[in-house]
Structure formats: C-alpha cells, structure tokens
Design a protein around this ligand. Structure first.
Ligand code: TXA
Ligand code: MG
Length: 312
C-alpha cells in the first residue's frame, strides 16, 4: 500500500505547508487537500473543484486530541470518536471561539466537519505536516468521486502540486457524516459506518430530512454524476443501454460491469464509482442499474445513485 507514495509523503507535507494543494488517498475516496488554517489554501480548493461557496469542507486531523483544539467535542462526539476513529466517520461539531481554522471551511456555518482517516498514507501525511488538512473528494464539483490516483489525474492534475498514489480505495464511498453537536446523532450523509453501527453506540439515531439546507448544505445538488443518464431499479436492459449489474446480471446487455457477482454490498460499494466511470467512458448514453438492497451500506450506495441519477 505504501511504496512510491511513502517516499513522496515528506514532499507532500512541505507542499501543504507552503500553501499548495495535494491529492491523497483515504480509505473512502481520494481527497484534494490544503492547509485548513489558511484562507488562501482553502479558497484554492474551492476554485480547483469549482465548488459552490455554500458547501463546507471536511477537515482531516490526526486525532481526537487534535480536534479538541478547534471544536467543542460533545459527549456524543467523544463516544462516536472512541468507537469509530480513525475511520470513515465525519463528525460535525461547533467551532470553539479560539478556532484558528479558516472560516471558509465552514462556509458560513458555526460548525466544522472533522474526520480522522484510517488510511496509512493519510495518517502519515497528517503527522508529517502537523496541520489540519481541509480535503473534499478530489473530483470536480458534482462529478463522480475518485477511488484511484488515475481518476484524480484525469480531472485535477493541473490543480495540485502532487498526487500521492495509494492504489484503489478500500471502502469506495465517502465517509458517513454525522451532526454530533447535540445529544442525538443526525446522519447527514450515509456511508459505510451504518445507522445500525451508530445505534449500537449512541442508541437513538436520526436521519437528516431531505432538503434540510442548513444541516446538510452539500446534499441538495445533483452529485456523483456521470455523462450518461442513469435508470435505477432496472428489471430489464433496453436497446443501447449499458448495464450496471448487482448479483446475477439481467439478460440482453452488450456492455456490462458487475458491482458484485456474489451480491456483496461492501464489494459493490468499493466498485461503484470506478464502474460508473468505466461505463461512462464507453460512450453509452444510458446506464441501467439493477436494484441494490436498502440495508447496511446499501443505503449509502442508493443515496449516491439517486443523486447521480438526478437530471438537474
Ligand atoms: O470520505 C470523505 O468524507 C472524503 C474523504 C476525502 O475524506 N471527503 C469528502 O468531502 O467526501 P466532500 O467535501 O466531498 O463532502 C463533505 C460533505 C458535504 O456533503 C458537506 O456538505 C458536508 O460534508 N459538510 C462539511 N462540513 C459540514 C458542516 N459544517 N456541517 C454540515 N455538513 C458539512
Ligand atoms: Mg464530494
């Protein structure tokens, strides 16, 4: 997993310290990172992605102790962090008065989304630069998230000083985002840390209402979108459609990718974005997507597919 990237970690840390942007792997997807305490670096991230200014960024840190320097860690956040950090869980917490993170990472809110990633390259990078790193997924705003270094290179090569290559991301879907400012966790974005897993630690868990613009500002847009249109819950394959299968493929396809021949949801999550990109690259005008069970990480897969299928 390390290899070539390891040699480049020190150079990447120096680039971040100098205010430049660096793309790096996490266990979920690749991020495009910059110094979270620098307005200029954070502004450069928004510009590189073409990201709307009302959509706040996740700040990556190396530990809960580090997070406590910047945000009010509620007892709920403390419990969730103890169970799931490092890992694919992002906790939204309120800024401390003394918080030195750029206000731009919060996009006008009083809160910051913090995540302590588990990927060894991300961890080494955070330790090496001793900076909190603001890092959204390393794709142009609204497009499919990158799960390999090649995906990042194709879209953002000109915008970053370096791309650390850690191979394919293990999880393949972005982190679960949870508002942990209150007593009950609210899921703002589903992910591989499932509602059931959160309930096991926190008891009651709520889901953010669709279109709650204050709680989940980034969740309104069309997102994860390929060029092809998507047809969800397909029970057949129409002429000129490519097929994205799950389990036993539907008959009648000319072009197909299979998220998981054995109908394993974790495998499907890890394959989702790369397969959407590959089917898109065939030039197919429409992709028929088979039903994905609405359980466990399947909720997160369906969340991404529904937003990718939106036409506006
Ligand atoms: O797995 C991930 O989370 C990846 C890797 C790179 O860590 N990052 C990622 O970042 O997916 P991004 O920017 O693509 O998604 C961040 C999500 C958006 O939906 C955004 O609206 C939400 O987190 N968010 C960020 N700060 C927030 C805040 N203060 N309050 C509520 N939602 C917030
Ligand atoms: Mg994103």
């Amino acid at each position: 997993m390390m290899g070539e990237a390891e040699k480049n970690i020190a150079a990447a840390a120096r680039a971040l310290e100098a205010g430049k942007l660096v793309a790096f792997p996490t266990e979920t997807v690749y991020g495009i990172g910059g110094d979270a305490t620098s307005d200029a670096a954070v502004a450069a991230i928004y510009a590189a992605k073409g990201r709307p200014p009302f959509n706040p960024l996740i700040v990556h840190m190396c530990s809960l102790t580090e997070a406590k320097k910047y945000v009010d860690v509620t007892p709920l956040a403390e419990n969730l962090a103890a169970e799931f950090w490092p890992g694919p869980l992002t906790l939204v917490m309120n800024r401390k008065k003394s918080c030195t993170l750029s206000l731009l990472v919060s996009a006008g809110l009083n809160s910051v989304a913090v995540r302590v990633p588990a990927h060894p390259i991300a961890r080494r990078l955070l330790e090496e630069c001793k900076l909190p790193i603001a890092a959204p997924s390393a794709n142009r705003s609204g497009r499919v998230s990158p799960t390999t270094a090649a995906h990042v290179k194709g879209e953002l090569a000109g915008e970053v000083a370096m791309i650390l290559d850690g191979g394919a991301c293990e999880v393949g879907l972005e982190s679960t985002v949870v508002d942990a400012t209150g007593e009950v966790p609210v899921i703002l974005r589903p992910g591989s840390i499932t509602r059931e897993m959160l309930e096991a630690v926190a008891g009651r868990v709520e889901m953010a209402g669709v279109g709650d613009p204050i709680k989940s500002p980034g969740m309104l847009e069309r997102h994860y979108a390929p060029n092809a249109t998507l047809r969800l819950h397909a029970k057949d394959v129409q002429k000129n459609e490519a097929l994205l299968a799950f389990g036993k493929p539907l008959a009648g396809h000319a072009i197909m990718e299979n998220l998981s021949p054995s109908a394993n949801l974790e495998e499907a999550a890890a394959n989702l974005f790369a397969m959407l990109r590959r089917l898109d690259a065939t030039g197919a005008k429409q992709i028929a997507i088979m039903e994905i069970p609405e359980k466990g990480i399947g909720l997160a897969i369906n969340d991404r597919l529904q937003r990718a299928a939106k036409l506006t």
